[in-house]
Ligand binder design. Structure first.
Ligand code: KG4
Ligand code: ZN
Length: 393
């Protein structure tokens, strides 16, 4: 939902073919669209894969050839959830159903391909909301069956890693991935992003709230709209000072013995809520931008500290930051600054590729095809709690 979106009157499909901006958008009914045509298709540059993403509130269809992004179309239902302060699964599933066919058509049009041109169809099989995942999986099965193309059911989290190839080329081997989204915060050693032969190895994860979840909950405490991450980021950037020393979870000596590469953000979230409540009780105004900046600093500090510790202690020289929270401006800057000081190279996809989209699924699908992985069967299930280490189902 952090994609750049413009509200414009609906255009005819004929006009859309002339789209030449890297990011353009159109409103279609109640839904917002984000589109990106990045370069002219190159027919000789690796497998052509269509990827479908429906794990949460974005209906994403991406089309990728090799490491080249041809289309990245996203229809989001985020505005339908905003008044509830969180994603409503039933509403998300219904929105995916309505958006699926138009999003597919539009992505093909943007990429200048016909569905039958693709070498494979990839889809997020999990983790995510069960009903939402099912819509994407059913659509991908129908497409693969009708076109007679291989189907790959892939892990959403590994796709957040693979998407960086569209921007920075082949992944370094090995690389340390800091994966931070609304549902997950993990440190992964990536030897093979397709997961083959323990290629995605979990070093640590959150023991309570995910980083994005903490951003969303703190935003709510501060009276900022849902989803909160981008709003906290903006409030902190536009006038916030780091004036409050909020706790850094699982960084004490004792905690590090058991949870060196794990995260905990629930104590931080509670500390922010208590701080704000105390202010309100005393009748003083809440300095929203300062609280946002101080909270954000605490989250980023722990994420970057642990990611660099994991990289250096595992002898890994490349750090990749992915997932929706990787769109955060402070996290991007801090990771780059501190990693450079430690001699670690950093890769972070551009913000529009960090939040959920179909291009990331297509990028992982390309790897599956290129590395000759066995396609999924047509009875592929949607798995709402698919482990991060199970990359291909
Ligand atoms: O990866 P993602 O789009 O969806 C999931 O897989 O969960 O991540 C969504 C999360 C939300 O919690 C959202 O608030 C957070 O990413 N997010 C951000 C920013 N943009 C999105 N958090 C902090 N700063 C941002 N700029
Ligand atoms: Zn995600």
């Amino acid at each position: 939902m952090a994609h750049e979106r413009l509200r414009e009157p609906a255009r005819s499909p004929g006009q859309l073919r002339d789209l030449d901006l890297p990011h353009a958008a159109q409103s279609a009914g109640e839904r917002d669209w984000h589109d990106g045509r990045v370069v002219t298709p190159d027919r000789s540059d690796g497998p052509l894969v269509l990827g479908i993403e429906t794990s949460c509130d974005e209906t994403g269809v991406g089309i990728v050839r090799g490491h080249t992004l041809l289309a990245d179309t996203v229809a989001s239902s985020v505005e339908e959830h905003a008044r509830f302060g969180g994603v409503v699964p039933e509403v998300a599933s219904r929105a995916h159903l309505e958006a699926m066919v138009p999003t597919l058509e539009r992505a093909c049009e943007t990429a200048g391909i016909r569905p039958g041109d693709v070498d494979a169809v990839a889809v997020t099989s999990g983790p995510g909301l069960a009903g939402a995942l099912l819509v994407g999986v059913a659509a991908a099965k129908a497409l693969a069956l009708a076109l007679g193309k291989p189907l790959y059911g892939v892990n959403h989290l590994a796709a957040h890693v693979a998407v960086d190839q569209l921007e920075h080329g082949a992944l370094p081997d090995p690389c340390l991935a800091l994966l931070v989204s609304g549902g997950h915060s993990s440190l992964l050693r990536i030897d093979d992003v397709t997961g083959h032969d323990d290629g995605v190895h979990l070093l640590g994860a959150t023991i309570d709230d995910a980083a994005g979840e903490a951003f969303d909950k703190v935003a709510r405490v501060l009276g900022l709209p849902f989803p909160g991450g981008p709003h906290v980021d903006r409030a902190a950037r536009e006038g916030g000072s780091i004036t409050i020393d909020f706790p850094r979870g699982l960084t004490g000596r004792r905690d590090l013995e058991r949870h060196r590469f794990d995260f905990s953000f629930s104590g931080l979230k509670t500390a922010v809520a208590r701080w704000v409540e105390a202010r309100e009780r005393s009748g003083e105004p809440v300095p929203v931008a300062d609280v946002a900046a101080s909270f954000q600093e605490a989250v980023c500090d722990v994420l970057v500290r642990k990611a660099l510790d994991a990289a250096t202690s595992n002898g890994i020289e490349d750090l990749l930051v992915g997932g929706g929270v990787a769109a955060n401006s402070r996290l991007r800057a801090m990771a780059t600054e501190r990693a450079t000081a430690r001699g670690v190279r950093v890769r972070v996809p551009r913000p529009g590729l960090c939040t959920d989209n179909g291009a990331m699924v297509a990028a992982l699908g390309v790897e599956m095809v290129a590395r000759g992985r066995t396609p999924s069967s047509l009875d592929l299930p949607a798995d709402s709690s698919q482990p991060v280490t199970t990359v291909l189902v």
